[in-house]
Design a protein around this ligand. Structure first.
Ligand code: ZN
Length: 187
């Protein structure tokens, strides 16, 4: 297993629709295990393959909800149905972040309920009905597979603030990434 560099906004791989997975082989298993390790190290609650520079329709997720249910796994070639219209609470509980725009958070309205249908590493189909934060995670990661970042969905004035923050960091251009381990940063 290996921790992979996380691609920062501006690289074409993050802004291009990803391709379906066609080979459920050992290479795919290695990629998914590396994505899980990278997500844990970051740390993050989800990570999509384009974020590690791979243009395939795969995401991993790891979330413990208020009822202490631990949701974690991989979604390959997912489909997503939104079962409600996007809502935004007035508090800051809806602030979303992204490992490809590290350190920034902005409020974004998302559907409160979704149905995820996808395949696991054994090519077995599964279905999850999600609500709340898990629904948000699925929508965020699914967007990555269509080349959409949450910053692309922000409304004014947050859209302007995000664009400014990205410019200020020198992001928004190809080839930038960060490695989520101190060990490797020191090397
Ligand atoms: Zn993201």
């Amino acid at each position: 297993m290996a921790v992979l560099p996380i691609i920062i906004t501006g690289d074409p791989v993050l802004h291009t629709p990803a391709s379906p997975v066609t080979a459920f082989d050992s290479e795919l298993t290695t990629l998914v295990n590396d994505m899980i390790e990278t997500m844990e190290e970051a740390p993050g609650v989800g990570l999509a393959a384009p974020q590690v520079g791979v243009g395939l329709r795969i995401f991993v997720y790891d979330w413990t909800d208020d009822d202490d249910t631990h949701w974690h796994g991989v979604a390959i070639n997912p489909e997503l149905w939104q079962s409600s219209t996007p809502v935004l609470d007035s508090d800051d509980a809806d602030e979303e972040g992204c490992l490809s725009i590290p350190g920034e958070r902005y409020p974004l309205a998302r559907a409160d309920r979704v149905i995820l249908r996808a395949f696991d590493l054994q090519q077995q189909p599964f279905e999850i009905e999600a609500s709340g934060w898990l629904a948000r995670i699925f929508q965020h990661e699914y967007d990555h597979l269509d080349g959409v970042l949450y910053a692309d969905r922000l409304q004014a004035p947050d859209a302007k603030a995000a664009a400014k923050a990205i410019r200020k960091q020198g992001w928004g251009q190809p080839g930038l990434s960060w490695l989520p381990t101190e060990e490797q940063l020191d090397a």
